[in-house]
Design a protein around this ligand. Structure first.
Ligand code: NDP
Length: 337
């Protein structure tokens, strides 16, 4: 049983010394337990927070502990009611080949789900985050302008596509010309701006001629800086993530602009609401699952995955995710079919 365990807490960007690959015995399930074999491991930005012991909404991984993570697995042997050998499940095995489970928090996906790994993306946590953050906090009306960064990732791509289904103007922000072309041509965004361009702020302003009504905040940093002056009165900001800051070791240099920012929020009467998806909106999951399932069935929402083979490649793939090396939802294929 290969396991990736936290060797040390990273300062700044995680390195090859952050995680250790170790080998342990495959555990044996006892009464009331089942043995799960990981097929796919989801890589998500929140995992950077679990490597750190700074105060957060969730406990950190202990030093020597297996890195946590959402997984799609298959049942190898089961003494748990409702789960049989061969079933596909959505579970929380973490970064390892095998895990024991008592079935708590595990969803049975059946014997042959059409796209098992999608439960880690569009049909799971990131898709739900996009849907709930946009509809419950952003609450866009037809004709309004939505801006979303990390526009080709699982959250941003879904936010933008739902925005189009709701009749909005959608402006994406992404990290390359290729990603921006995909957001416009394949996902149907009205525009997409490369945040690495020198004149990024001017381009964003031009692409948002009627101002911004909903800024779905995924990244912070210079995208947030460029958005604030463009916000309309009564704009809404679902505060979902700040991935540009996850490896930061200190506050950015320069003058303290906190009071300027608060002044903007006050004068424009902006609603900013942070959320932690399952804490705040877990009760809406069935509504999301039904709606998203129908949209996908009808071909109204597209989904892009980037599958990387081998558990041993997960640490590098995760480091790359935080700086935008991924193009679509990054998933590790742990077991070879
Ligand atoms: P992505 O797969 O989109 O990966 C993160 C992306 O962020 C990168 O691909 C990169 O895209 C972009 N990025 C990285 N650094 C910067 C930067 N300095 N400036 C601008 N963009 C940057 O991630 P997800 O879709 O899984 O998650 C998106 C956000 O949602 C994250 O902040 C995550 O933490 C948050 N989240 C929050 C949840 C909640 O409950 N609040 C639940 C799930 C996710 P590019 O190359 O295009 O710049």
């Amino acid at each position: 049983n290969r396991q990736l365990v936290l060797a040390q807490r990273p300062k700044g960007t995680p390195s090859k010394d952050t995680l250790n690959l170790i080998e342990t015995e495959v555990p044996t399930p006892g009464p009331g337990q089942m043995l799960l074999q990981t097929q796919y491991l989801s890589l998500d930005p929140y995992m950077r927070g679990r490597m750190s012991d700074a105060p957060s909404y969730a406990a950190p991984v202990d030093i020597g502990g297996v890195m946590v993570g959402g997984t799609v697995a298959r049942v190898v042997a089961s003494q748990v009611k409702g789960f049989a050998e061969g079933d596909w499940v959505l579970s929380f095995n973490g970064w390892q080949d095998y895990a024991l489970s008592d079935g708590m928090g595990v969803t049975n996906l059946g014997k042959s789900p059409a796209h098992p790994s999608w439960a880690l993306g569009i049909l799971g946590m990131p898709g739900f985050t996009a849907w709930a953050g946009l509809t419950q906090i952003g609450a866009p009306k037809a004709g309004e302008t939505i801006v979303v960064a990390a526009a080709t990732g699982p959250v941003g791509a879904t936010v933008g596509q739902i925005g189009k289904l709701l009749g909005c103007r959608v402006v994406g922000v992404a990290g390359s010309a290729e990603k921006c072309a995909y957001a416009v041509k394949d996902l149907g965004f009205d525009a997409c701006i490369d945040h690495k361009a020198d004149d990024f702020a001017e381009q964003l302003a031009k692409a948002s001629p009627a101002g911004i009504d909903v800024y779905f905040e995924n990244v912070g940093g210079k995208v947030l800086d460029a958005v604030i002056p463009l916000l309309n009165a009564n704009a809404r900001i679902p505060l979902c993530g700040l991935v540009s800051q996850y490896n930061a070791t200190e506050l950015p240099a320069g003058p303290d602009r906190m009071n300027w920012l608060m002044g903007q929020i006050l004068r424009k009467k902006v609603k900013v609401q942070g959320f932690i998806i399952f804490d705040d909106f877990g009760h809406l999951y069935p509504e999301f699952a039904a709606q998203m399932g129908a949209w996908i069935e009808a071909g109204k929402i597209k989904y892009r995955e980037e599958i990387i083979d081998g558990l041993e490649n997960a640490p590098d793939a995760f480091i790359g995710l935080l700086k935008g090396d991924n193009f679509g939802k990054r998933v590790i294929r742990v077991a070879q079919a």
